[in-house]
Design a protein around this ligand. Sequence first.
Ligand code: FMN
Length: 372
Amino acid sequence: MEHKLFSPISINNLNLTNRIVVAPMCQYSAIEGSATDWHLMHLGQLSISGSALVFIEATAVEEKGRITPGCLGLYSDDNQIALEKVIKFVKRYGNTKIGIQLAHAGRKASTEIPWLGGKPLSHDNSDSWETVAPSSEAYNSNWPSPLELDIQGLEYIKKCFVNSAKRAIEIGFDIIELHMAHGYLIHQFLSPISNTRTDKYGSTFENRIRYPLEIFKAIRDEISSDYPIGVRFSATDWVEFSSWNIEEATKFALKLKELGCDFFDVSSGGNSPKQNIVSGPAYQTRFASRIKSEVGIPTIAVGQINEPLQAESIISTGQADLIAIGRGMLYNPRWAWHAAEVFKKESAYPPQYARSHHSLIGLPIPGNPQTK
Ligand SMILES: Cc1cc2nc3c(=O)[nH]c(=O)nc-3n(C[C@H](O)[C@H](O)[C@H](O)COP(=O)(O)O)c2cc1C
């Protein structure tokens, strides 16, 4: 039987050597939005992981769009210089393609970093800021009410997305993912739980998807048509009374495809403390599968995909085109090397590590200066 996990795939002009993706994961280790030496270490190890593609963490398009004061941003020249240093470094020594996830946290911004509690920063904390959202509903009763965005505010954030996308391309990112999931700003527009506007950006499905589509189009219009850009969205709110579910998400995905979206990364939840998530191994894959079959562009499944055979089965049965792994990659950044061994496939490794295991045959990372 021909295994598929280690077969190549293209997303627009980006050629990937296998189907393994590292999911975007916030590191809360930036200073004023700028990457630090932690990012060299974190992304350095992932760039030699043998995965085809590593997405860096949610990167805010404006200062107010950061989830925490430690979140990465790409809204200033300083941010750009710091991130470029990291990306040049990982491209010099590593061999994965590197993607960026552009984001705005909306009403879920201005919180403590998780290991300090993760709660909303109180108003008297000098690190806090006023959050913005489609409507003034707070995320939860003990969270601050965000400022409802007016048309000027919407235009401003749209421009911020475009500017950050241009900066990302200048830095040398291979692919851009827009974060429309997990209850952050764009998801807040999509869901009736967080969007109670009465203007053209709220209430009906067509109105709720309008601003997210405008953001996508504004970026697509500004960048080359062969540059890969896609979207991570939540396929459902996991809330019974919300209409943001797989039906609406599928219709939204079809609209994104019409606008030139190159891939989807299908996640779920994050927009309501009332969510009732039914989780387990590969629990979101059925959403990816539905999107892939109904929309038909490269689709990434993510969420508790931890075993090589499970990953192989998702790809070879056509449920998704790629699988992304988050926590499993933090725990075992050599996941792809080990999976390659299971299927007797080759996986890229640094030649410095060639003697670590007999299965490391054939594919020393070509760009690594030590290879020459
Ligand atoms: C530490 C950590 C940080 C995360 N940060 C992000 C993020 O920046 N953007 C995002 O879309 N998802 C983020 N996620 C969610 C992951 O990308 C992934 O979807 C989720 O962990 C489920 O996959 P897993 O079961 O393989 O971990 C984060 C998850 C973890 C564990």
